[in-house]
Design a protein around this ligand. Structure first.
Ligand code: ZN
Length: 451
């Protein structure tokens, strides 16, 4: 396939904006990028996809999300509003994830995948929980991802909050799915696995030890970390160590591990995250929504730790997350110099791509270059001021909107063309979720008083 008449944003290092160039896609990869006339002459019979003057750029990557949260939209939390993050967990997320059957897990994943294709997020790193539908839940999500055509990294959140037996079943689900992904190519290699842990505050010493022992050789972990002070105080009470030190003692950190949030880490913990080359993800919309504060993102980046951007189950609109990151730190510090656009791009474009590449290690991701995965977006943006590699982050933050994404391509396959979804039936998926939602909400109301 030849992609013609686009302005290419490469997100290479350095980033380039190329005019008059076409992309030759062969199979699931970008085979060549070159002058359009020359490529048209060389491949006269090749199928063409005309970008019609739009921007063509790599698909967005989400470093941390929860497909299972789809049914929370519009759901009422009974009683007084939760007053802090631990209450939000107890009154919203824990009774909600308990309410999910296997059917609901599939429906919520499909809803989120429609959202991702429509908004140009082509790779998603998910963190799943469904305590009453554990076994096989990752296969169910993998099936939805396969159908969608997107890429995803899946894991199951191990936790002690529902007792030892369910913790063991969560461990088994991770191990089984990691081994499956090593044994076979799941969704033609578009689905990968890691080992999920909920958060230090719901994991005993014994369970952490078990996870370390049971995790297949070389597998990393994906865990929430210091999202609220409660995680630090719980860790100190349980182990006498702050949460990063506790996870480090259990050998959970490292270059294949993702920790989400790191809002309340101290200087020594930041140094440990950097030294172990652990991936850290920032979810500013979620942090604002939960009122947990703002992560010390600039300090974490300056320490040399690899900070990425995720959505935490918000809509898969990564540029919205860029905007929130850009704005949050300015108001939090009351200083407009904080979190410049290029720091947001370092996380959202470059670090997210390098993180995704540890799972999808066959070819570069998140970059337009020969040999890279053909994961692309067309963006119908018409800048009214000059756009250059230098000022692109500010054009994205102030000018790009996900509604401008008209075409989404993953592994050389067109998933959305001219805003028309080709792999998933959006109306049918929404209708099915609407049908399931009242039962999910009813079960939730039954659990909410008991959590
Ligand atoms: Zn999360």
């Amino acid at each position: 396939m030849l992609i013609t008449n686009g302005t290419l944003i490469t997100w290479g290092e350095p980033n380039q904006i190329l005019e008059g160039q076409a992309i030759y896609v062969r199979g699931d990869r970008i085979a060549e990028i070159g002058p359009q006339q020359a490529l048209l002459a060389r491949f006269p019979g090749e199928e063409r996809l005309d970008a019609g003057g739009q921007f063509v750029m790599p698909g967005n990557i989400c470093a941390h999300t929860h497909f299972y949260g789809a049914f929370a939209r519009g759901m009422a939390i009974p009683g007084p509003a939760p007053q802090d993050f631990p209450e939000i967990l107890k009154k919203l997320w824990w009774p909600l994830d308990k309410s999910l059957t296997e059917k609901d897990v599939r429906a919520s994943a499909l809803v989120m995948l429609v959202d991702a294709i429509r908004h140009g997020t082509t790779t998603l790193i998910d963190h799943h929980a469904s305590p009453n539908a554990i076994e096989g839940s990752l296969d169910v999500i993998a099936g939805a991802v396969e159908k969608s055509g997107l890429r995803a990294v899946l894991c199951y959140e191990v936790t002690d909050r529902d007792g030892e037996e369910k913790a063991l079943r969560g461990i088994a689900e991770n191990v089984r799915f990691i081994e499956r992904c090593r044994r076979e190519s799941v969704a033609e290699g578009r689905v990968k696995a890691t080992f999920g842990l909920h958060a230090s505050l719901t994991l005993s010493e014994q369970t952490l030890e078990r996870c370390r022992q049971e995790a297949p050789q070389g597998a990393g972990f994906h865990i929430h970390l210091a999202e609220h002070e409660a995680d630090e105080y719980d860790s100190l009470a349980k182990s006498g160590a702050r949460v990063v030190d506790r996870l480090s003692r259990h050998d959970i950190l490292g270059p294949n591990t993702i920790v989400a949030h790191a809002v309340h880490v101290d200087a020594r913990e930041i140094a440990e995250l950097a030294q172990t080359q652990t991936w850290v993800t920032h979810q500013p919309r979620s942090n604002m929504n939960n009122g947990v504060g703002a992560a010390p993102v600039e300090s974490i980046l300056r320490a040399g730790a690899r900070m990425c951007l995720g959505t935490d189950g918000f809509s898969h609109t990564m540029w919205e997350e860029w905007k929130a990151a850009y704005l949050l730190h300015k108001v939090w510090h009351r200083d407009p110099r904080r979190m410049p656009g290029n720091a947001v791009a370092e996380m959202g474009a470059y670090n997210n791509a390098r993180l995704a590449e540890i799972f999808f290690d066959e070819a570069p991701l998140g970059v337009l270059t020969p040999g890279a995965c053909a994961d692309l977006l067309f963006v119908d943006y018409h800048p009214h001021t000059p756009l250059s590699p230098g000022n692109l982050p500010w054009h994205i933050i102030f000018g790009f909107h996900e509604s401008m994404v008209t075409t989404t391509i993953v592994a050389g396959k067109v998933l959305m063309q001219d805003r028309h979804l080709l792999t998933l039936d959006e109306a049918a998926i929404a209708a099915q979720a609407r049908e399931l939602a009242p039962e999910v909400w009813q079960r939730y109301e039954g659990f909410v008083g008991r959590s």
